[in-house]
Ligand binder design. Structure first.
Ligand SMILES: Cc1ncc(C[n+]2csc(CCOP(=O)(O)OP(=O)(O)O)c2C)c(N)n1
Length: 334
């Protein structure tokens, strides 16, 4: 069982980076950058009225989904919340399919009928995208139960926020995962606010990972500043799930730079607080780390140009695509 180290979370600045190589780090940086650019592009399109409904962005938290998903095999499952565009991308869903889905277009990965909160892609084993806070944790437990039942060796990662950890669905999913020894890693992305509510107003005990103890479950807690650290620590939990079928509750402390959704100006926190976290931006740190360990300037330039082209292409694809068909055309008639 790993030891939670909450003190290091406050003290670890500058970050003590985990050993890595440019070969390992460059693709992780590329994914983080693509997610950042995709989120920025969707925010712009939303402001222009081209995307409807809700839009929850993960800007600032990219290292968590990218690092965690990097510890998986393609056949493993990911279940996430309504703040899931980045998780889908990290699991392998194409930017085109995600962006077109946000635009409500027929070429979206859910044919434009799901939208921002309901990204889903069977081909990459990305199992959604759920809008009911905590309601997807038992769904994650169900996917892990299916893997155990079939003996297919797959692991499920289930992401949720610290606010979700106060919800009944979370308690039920956690209890079943522990009781049935399911191959699942429950990942709390603690971004310190549920909508406008700071965690000290919603959690009696702020260390979410402690909840594992009541179930005799393994736990871990660390900061989400270094994508490689996330990959290694989640990797330990994935290994535990795969080899011994033991679940783990992992809390990763992170921060979202923008409001809860596009309609939230985030007035419940000070500019200084947000600026302080932006100074620690995991994306910038990852870029700097890549340079420090010897990634060539020309390679970095090419990587960043490639990401720019990919996201511009995704936006153009979404804009040029036809609107979604009427949902009734997909209803199976008896
Ligand atoms: C059951 C339920 N209650 C309330 C809401 C409204 N709601 C949407 S997001 C949210 C905050 C959740 O915060 P957290 O779990 O910390 O995740 P974050 O949004 O910070 O990623 C709330 C209360 C909801 N969607 N579902």
């Amino acid at each position: 069982m790993s030891t939670p180290d909450s003190k290091r979370i406050e003290q670890e600045d500058p970050v003590e980076y985990v050993e890595t190589t440019t070969d390992e780090l460059a693709p992780l940086y590329r994914q983080m950058l693509a997610i950042r650019r995709m989120e920025e592009a969707s925010a712009k399109a939303y402001s222009q009225g081209k995307i409807g409904g809700f839009l929850h962005l993960i800007i600032g938290q990219e290292a968590v989904c990218v690092g965690a998903t990097a510890a998986l095999k393609p056949e493993d499952y990911v279940v996430a919340t309504y703040r899931e565009h980045g998780h889908a991308y990290a699991k392998g869903v194409a930017a085109r399919g995600i962006m077109a889905e946000l635009y409500g277009k027929k070429t979206g990965c859910v044919k434009g009928l799901g939208g921002s909160m309901h990204i889903f892609d069977k081909a990459t084993n990305f199992l959604g995208g759920y809008g009911i806070v905590g309601g997807h944790v038992p769904i994650g437990a169900g996917a892990a139960f299916a893997s155990k039942y079939r003996g297919d060796g797959r692991v499920t990662l289930c992401f949720f926020g610290e606010g979700a950890s106060t919800i009944g669905g979370f308690a039920e999913g956690l209890a079943l995962a522990a009781l049935w020894k399911l191959p699942i890693v429950l990942i709390c992305e603690n971004n310190q606010y549920s909508m406008g509510t700071p965690l000290y107003r919603s959690l009696a005990v702020e260390d979410v990972s402690l909840r594992a103890l009541g179930h005799g479950m393994a736990r871990d807690r660390f900061d989400g500043d270094d994508v490689v650290k996330v990959k290694r620590r989640i990797g330990e939990a994935v290994e535990r799930a795969r080899t011994s079928g033991e679940p783990t509750l992992v809390e990763v402390v992170t921060y979202r730079f923008r409001g809860h959704s596009m309609s939230d100006p985030g007035l419940y926190r000070t500019k200084d607080e947000v600026e302080e976290w932006k100074r620690r931006d995991p994306l910038n740190r990852c870029r700097q780390r890549l340079i420090d360990i010897g990634f060539a300037d020309a390679d970095l330039e090419a990587l960043e140009a490639d990401v720019k082209a990919e996201i511009e292409d995704a936006v153009k694809f979404a804009e040029d695509s036809p609107p979604a068909d009427d949902y009734k055309s997909y209803v199976v008639k008896e």
